[in-house]
Design a protein around this ligand. Sequence first.
Ligand SMILES: [Zn+2]
Length: 206
Amino acid sequence: MKKTSLLFLAIIALISSAFIKPIVNESKPITVVIDAGHGGYDFGATSNDTYEKVIVSQIAEKVKSLNENKDITILFTRTSDEFITLDKRTNYINSVKPDLILSLHVNSSSDHQKSGVDFYVSNDSSFFEKSNEIANKLNQEFTKNTTLKVSDVKKAPYNILKKSDSPAVLIELGYLSNPNDKKYLTDDEEQNKIAKNIISFLSELK
Ligand SMILES: [Zn+2]
């Protein structure tokens, strides 16, 4: 190749590099608040000596300990077994302004046949559209990876959903009143799977 054409190529390469964006890691940093429901004297759903407040904290802790993605910052409304009012929770959330709030709960019903996972969003929130979009994606993720039945996303005016100035989704992870769901919710490996499910979902969140 002639010297002039080499020079020409070098100039082209230099110009085009100015227009080509560098290849960067696709995931963008996000902050997520995990809200483990209940705590302290508020046990939530109970079944003999199994309590909702304990199950949701165990899963919240697993989300933190199993997360290896440095682009995901995980914060909590509670990290110990203490009672925290809903106002305190939403005040904290609104001071942090996260990209997403996931409120973790466990269901209970007098009908012991009732089973499965439910997702809730509030249309009283100014972030309803985004919350609903995220809840539907999360619903799909759970449908793929959970043995429990996953229902369509529902709407409910829960405080944590409507008073948080960020997208927020409340998950009822299963029914403590159903023997099969209870076995699933209290199993260490299943809890790990739920936590990993949440982390892989967050990693794909754009
Ligand atoms: Zn609850």
